[in-house]
Structure formats: structure tokens, C-alpha cells
Design a protein around this ligand. Sequence first.
Ligand code: SAM
Length: 248
Amino acid sequence: MRDYDISTYGDRAAAEYDVLMGGGEAPEPAVTFLTSLVPEGDALELGVGTGRVAIPLARAGLRVAGIDSSTAMLAELAKKPGGDAVEPLHGDFLNLAGIGADRTFDLVYSLCSTLYFLCGQEDQVRCFRAVAERLRPGGYVVLELGSPPYRRMNERQYVDAFQVDADEAAFFLSLHDPLAQRVDRQQIVVDERRTRLVPISFRYIWPSELDLMAALAGLTPVTRQSGWTGGEFTGVGRHISVYRAGTA
Ligand SMILES: C[S@@+](CC[C@H](N)C(=O)[O-])C[C@H]1O[C@@H](n2cnc3c(N)ncnc32)[C@H](O)[C@@H]1O
């Protein structure tokens, strides 16, 4: 996608992000799941955004740092009640450079398919390795990710309509490269007065490929489930995948 870099999505989405997510899932089940694995210690969120889960996680007793490439997202995080309990780190989670060479964590997690924001397979492998290097012995990695768009494997372009009213319409316009597992997408809201565009470019990962990336980084699979409160992952919808660093 032309004129797109790692901060474009966050900078465009920041002001409306919580409104966009407003109808989404409440953070409590994620917090309960994460604290059941790691009740205390240091956590790092990759792509923390406005701190939707990081803030209640800090309230639950973990020391939470969040890395994000978008200063606009981090500004929204700072404004929110409890936002000052989350340590903001401005940077790229591709290699976690710049967060302090010796920093390690008991938990590294990422939500809402944020790992897919790294648009190449090599970059995703690199990120896994960087995360593994930052984990303390026995530390956990938790990833919430959507499934690949199975039904769309023959489609190079498609439209998803979300809202069609007399005065407003909301839809996604996607270009799909099934070989590279890449999607370039515009999230579009139009009304009589203006058009709002939130571009997003991502690379989806097959679950088996994800396990291989984790193995290449020396991480061991712990569980994969369909929701924060459990449920078998049957291959469709989102999954929550947990990996663990070896114990020294
Ligand atoms: C879908 S939002 C998720 C926000 C939050 N984690 C949540 O669950 O609501 C993805 C976030 O990742 C950030 N991001 C995307 N690519 C990044 C990168 N390479 N390094 C750091 N942050 C990145 C974006 O700026 C955005 O805030």
C-alpha cells in the first residue's frame, strides 16, 4: 500500500478507536485469562493502542508496559483514567529495539490480530525471536489472532459492508494476495459531508505456521482456544494461542 507505514493505522484510528471498539468485547475475560497465567510480575503488550486491556491488567496487579508505533494512540492511552499505570513505549515491536537492552518480562501478549501488522513472514519470525529473547524462564506469550480468510482464497478483491443507512455507510475494501497472505484494506465510513479512511495492511498467519514460528524461537505450545473463557478452536474465527519459554 502506498503512503503507508507502521504508524499510519494507529495515527488515523486513534481518535475514534475506542468508539470503533465500543461494541466489541469487554476486556475483563482477557484480564482474567492473562492473570490466571501470570498473577504478578512484568507484562509487555505489543501494539498497546489506547490501553483497552493494558489498563485493567495494570489495575489487576501486573506491571504493564505497552509498545506502540503510533504517538496518537499513546496519547489516547495517556488521557484515559488509569492510563498512567501503563508504561508507554514508543517503538516498533518488530525487533523490540529501543525498549532497554536488558528488559525482560513474565508475559508478552498481543490482541486483536496485532501481530499481523507485521506484513512479511520474515518480520513475523523476527518478532517471535525478539519476544522469546525478552521472556524470563517460564514466561508466557499470549496471542489473540483471527483465522485466515478461508472463504476468500480465490478472491483477489472484496467488499464487506457493515452499515448501510440513509445518511451513512461503512464498509471495508480489501485487496487480497493469497500467496503472500497479505491484505491491503481501507476501512471506510462515508456520510453526506465527508469520507473517513482508516487504512490497514496486514499478513495473516496459518495456525500451523504460527506454531512453527514459535518453535523456531524456542517456544513451547501450551494451549490454543477459541475464546478467553475456553472453547475448542475448530479452525474458524479467532484463536488465543499460548506459548511458553523453557524453564532454566
Ligand atoms: C488493532 S490495534 C490494537 C490495540 C489494542 N491492543 C487493543 O487491543 O485494543 C493495533 C495497534 O498496534 C500498533 N502497531 C501496528 N504496527 C506496529 C508496530 N510495528 N510496532 C508497534 N506498534 C504497532 C498500532 O498503532 C495500533 O495501536
